[in-house]
Design a binder for this molecule. Structure first.
Ligand SMILES: [Zn+2]
Length: 167
């Protein structure tokens, strides 16, 4: 299954209804496609700025909604894989304490993420949150964090699409 770059852009740009229903993840053809894209283009990972990528996993996992909403189990697993890849030793250690408590209760999904695949999964979550409106959070800390995620996400996505288009 080959996902064309413009198709990825379409998926990332299209508001949908079901992104917060993580229990559907295993059966969601759209997420399957997104993850497959990540596996198909693993070579792109090395062309991304590793410092920029830290924004997606530091100081905490991208949640499934606003404020202290913890990540879903796939994003949690993807965050662990990405931290390992980027040499970040702590695991949610610097997470805000109230969110950390909730994150602790999430058992990472049993999914064998590759490095680029894990990044793509997190970017997909940011996009989902954006379209679901959590990025409009009134909380100042959250607002700044959201802005950073979207900014860094756009930077990464631009490079990804250019690289894939040139392959
Ligand atoms: Zn966490």
């Amino acid at each position: 299954m080959i996902l064309h770059p413009t198709e990825l852009l379409g998926i990332l740009a299209k508001p949908t209804e079901y992104y917060n229903e993580s229990y559907r993840e295993n059966h969601d053809p759209e997420i399957d496609k997104v993850l497959q894209f990540g596996r198909d283009h693993g070579n792109v990972f090395g062309r991304l700025d590793r410092t920029d990528l830290k924004a997606f996993i530091v100081p905490e996992c991208v949640g499934e909604g606003g404020l202290t909403e913890p990540p879903n189990k796939y994003v949690k697993k993807a965050s662990e894989v990405l931290r390992g890849e980027l040499g970040i030793a702590y695991d949610c250690e610097k997470c805000r304490s109230d969110k950390k408590e909730r994150c602790k209760g999430i058992q990472p999904a049993n999914h064998d993420f590759q490095d680029f695949e894990s990044l793509i999964r997190i970017l997909y979550q940011i996009r989902c949150n954006l379209f679901h409106g959590e990025k409009l959070d009134p909380n100042e800390w959250q607002k700044k964090r959201n802005q950073k995620l979207v900014r860094k996400g756009n930077i990464a996505l631009k490079i990804i699409l250019e690289e894939v288009a040139g392959e």
